[in-house]
Design a protein around this ligand. Structure first.
Ligand SMILES: Nc1nc2c(ncn2[C@@H]2O[C@H](COP(=O)(O)OP(=O)(O)OP(=O)(O)O)[C@@H](O)[C@H]2O)c(=O)[nH]1
Ligand SMILES: [Mg+2]
Length: 365
């Protein structure tokens, strides 16, 4: 699971990235840099319990990769995209965090002259929509040409794709991001290859100044009212403070957090939880003598899609899944016992995977 961090120059992207990944990337460039990549292992107590049960050779937690992109170029707002030349890389991300500057530090110039997170959010929305529109138009042109040279009886698939793309185009032209367009499972499959930017789940992350720590919820509320769409969330955090707290011992940091009214949850934990819950991700588990492992999948994913996270062969050749709830498995002490008590279910292709499912995939390729 890759989460791309995007935003205007000097909005605090790298600061937030450091806070989330315990990274030490350099901040305060003001002129772009290579993307920073950091891997965060998702803490999951369930995995510890399964490890104690199975004594596997290996335990592998779910991981989220955060990619901190450099700022948009000077031509931002003119079709240059959120990371200028890195647009293609941003497309590969599974979800986006848009860091919005909300701190007022006169020593850090704002590229637009004035701090206004709602305006910056709207600018980026427009920019991402432009990029998606351009992609749709190119594809529509090609598809139209292809359809012309296809026999009348064989145009079904192409016609369906064209109709869908026309619908998505109309949505974008009406300033509706694609994540807000209801899509069937089939349609989702059709468009997933395009890696549309406005289809990705979006977390708008307000980077608040130290002086606004106690106002975080007000800041969130004000922006959230503008973003009622699905797969869109708003959160506020104080990136610089969170980053600085990483240098303290756990005890000192906890004390400091309490004094400042920061809440117990660290920036790291909060961002992971938000990346998960708010971006619509859940974990399922696999267990056995070789490996106990947690995997990340989108909420609502079917069993074959979840299987595809493990290996594409498992999705392609999916036959069925054996499923047991984590709690049931632990209560029973073993899969054999769970089976005896009728808690090990067999599920087919349309089964929607739940957070905490322990899965065995049966497949044939
Ligand atoms: N006062 C204050 N300064 C901050 C805060 N967050 C970031 N900064 C400062 O703003 C400057 C830019 O921060 P970065 O994290 O490098 O911003 P960026 O978005 O990665 O910048 P580019 O990659 O150059 O676009 C640095 O000098 C940070 O120390 C904050 O919450 N408060
Ligand atoms: Mg940066």
């Amino acid at each position: 699971m890759d989460v791309g961090i995007i935003g205007l120059g000097q909005s605090g992207k790298t600061t937030v990235f450091n806070a989330v990944t315990r990274g030490k990337a350099q901040t305060g460039y003001g002129g772009g840099h290579e993307p920073n990549i950091g891997v965060v292992k998702v803490p999951d107590r369930r995995l510890d319990v399964l490890t104690a049960m199975y004594h596997p050779k290996k335990t592998t937690p779910a991981e989220i990769r955060y990619i901190d992109f450099p700022a948009a170029g000077a031509n931002f707002g003119k079709g240059e995209g959120p990371g200028g030349q890195f647009l293609g890389e941003v497309r590969k991300a599974d979800a986006l965090i848009h860091v919005l500057r909300a701190f007022a530090d006169p020593s850090v110039p704002h590229p637009e002259g004035r701090v206004d997170p709602a305006r910056d959010a709207a600018t980026m929305d427009l920019e991402l929509a432009f990029a998606d529109l351009a992609l749709i138009e190119r594809r529509l042109d090609r598809l139209t040409a292809e359809l012309r040279s296809t026999k009348a009886g064989e145009r079904g698939q192409g016609e369906r794709e064209r109709a869908l793309l026309e619908r998505l185009k109309a949505a974008l032209e009406a300033e509706t991001p694609l994540r807000a367009v209801p899509l069937s499972e089939e349609e989702h499959k059709l468009v997933s290859g395009y890696r549309f930017l406005t289809l990705k789940p979006l977390l708008l992350l307000l980077n608040a100044g130290e002086e606004d720590v106690s106002r975080r919820e007000d800041l969130e509320e004000a922006l959230r009212a503008r973003y009622p769409q699905p797969h869109t969330e708003v959160a506020a955090l104080c990136g610089k403070l969170e980053m600085e707290l990483l240098d303290l011992s756990a005890e000192e940091a906890a004390e400091y957090r309490a004094d400042l009214g920061l809440g117990e949850e660290t920036g790291l934990d909060r961002a992971i939880r938000l990346s998960y819950d708010l971006l619509g991700l859940i974990s399922f588990l696999t267990s056995g003598p070789d490996e106990c492992r947690a995997w990340t999948v989108e909420k609502g994913a079917t069993a074959p899609r979840a299987a595809g996270k493990i290996h594409s062969d498992l999705e392609r050749g999916f036959i069925r899944a054996e499923v047991v709830r984590y709690e049931d498995l632990v209560a029973c002490g073993s899969e054999a016992e769970a089976k005896k008590r009728g808690l090990l279910r067999t599920e087919g292709k349309s089964y929607v995977v739940q957070d905490g499912d322990v899965l065995h995939i049966l497949f044939n390729v």
